[in-house]
Design a binder for this molecule. Sequence first.
Ligand code: PMP
Length: 465
Amino acid sequence: MTAVHESVLDAIGGTPLFRLARLGAGIAAPVYAKAEFLNIGGSVKDRAALSMILAAERDGLLEPGGTIVEATSGNTGIGLAIVGRQRGYRVIAGVSDRSAPEKSDILRAYGAEVVLATTAVPREDPAHLFNVARRLAEEVPGAWLANQYDNLANPDAHVRTTGPEIWEQTGGRVTHFVAGVGTGGTVTGTGGYLKQASGGAVTVVGADPESSSYGGGDGSPWFVESIGHFLHPGTIEDRRPQAYRSEVVDSFERIPDRESLLTARRLAREEGILAGPSSGTAVAAALRVARRLGPDDLVVVLLPDSGRSYLSKVHSDTWMREWGFLEEPGETAVRAALEAADPLVAVPADATVGEAVEALRAAPGGVAPVALARAARPFGVSATELMGSVSREALTAALAEGAAKPDDPLGALVGPALPTVGVGQSVAEARAALAGRAAGGGHPAVLVLVDGRVAGVLSGEAFAD
Ligand code: PMP
């Protein structure tokens, strides 16, 4: 008998499990996916939103007619908008400018006000999304900051609902629980409950982007939104969310972006499950875990949200190719040129003019990208960290004219960013990028992206007929 609800709020939670029969083919341990995209707002965060609002009302933090403010990658805001509007509140969502645009559109559709802010600056910067949200909550009368990262009603939602559901749905046979870690609410609450219910027998595995610092990466950027812990090189005080309790996680599977994104695409094509990129990370991790287990084990992996929010990203072939995540069999010319090219030279944004000139000696074509990060980092330079370019010609001219001294910061000598091309794109697309859009424009070189990171610099000669 299908449920009849008096309110959409009653349709939060109670999600089904689906056996991943095709992705799990040949693996002895069954893998079941907890379909959180079937929540009314399309994500696991509906549970946390409902829990945080009810707790705030109970604690007198949110009064009738009040305003809910939150910093969100999108889904928590959507949950807060649905629950908040049903209960008569104004909802303001500060959304990361890195989040898929679909999520902001969905927020507006539910009646939330959206304020876009950056997460690509140090945590202490007033322009950082978290500080923007905090200021809004201080300035708007009657406002309450939900603060999902430190609000314990977030993990508590999963102790009360997600954990017991999985225990009951598997008849207590679950042996491994796999989930991504954003605020940590899901993994802490669900994993903590399952451990307690099983007398410590359930193993909890965190699914983390390879460079995220939760699982041991350096905190440099990755391309799966809403999970992982990012560390901006300029951040002074790195804080872990209070919603996350690291002792609940027994181990991490560190998943490269390409594996996450391709797994999300396989989920749609092979299992009929259109989910977001963090579901790809979680399933990739669950499959790794399951391969090491036997038929008496049972893996549950949590799929946080729907792929409908990412039709312009992971589920778009164009986007995947532009960032270097997809290579069709036939399109290998750019990769061949890349393999024949000199090693990448990237100049850190905090280099001096003298250091940049020195580095540019080895740069093909005398140009190099300027990146926030140090090129020597294990994961290289993310395309999202590019801040412009420098040319040997311009720097040596500035030094000769006395317009700059070797010890000066690069400052105004940083020129426009070089265009990019994905490694699987065609030579025609690379040439178009080099030619530039503006009439008479044209760039000295193009950056080739592999897995969203700068793999090399190619000048026009690389594509000469
Ligand atoms: N995936 C998606 C798509 C999310 O929106 C979130 C929440 N930010 C997570 C994973 C991580 O969940 P949690 O915050 O509970 O760790």
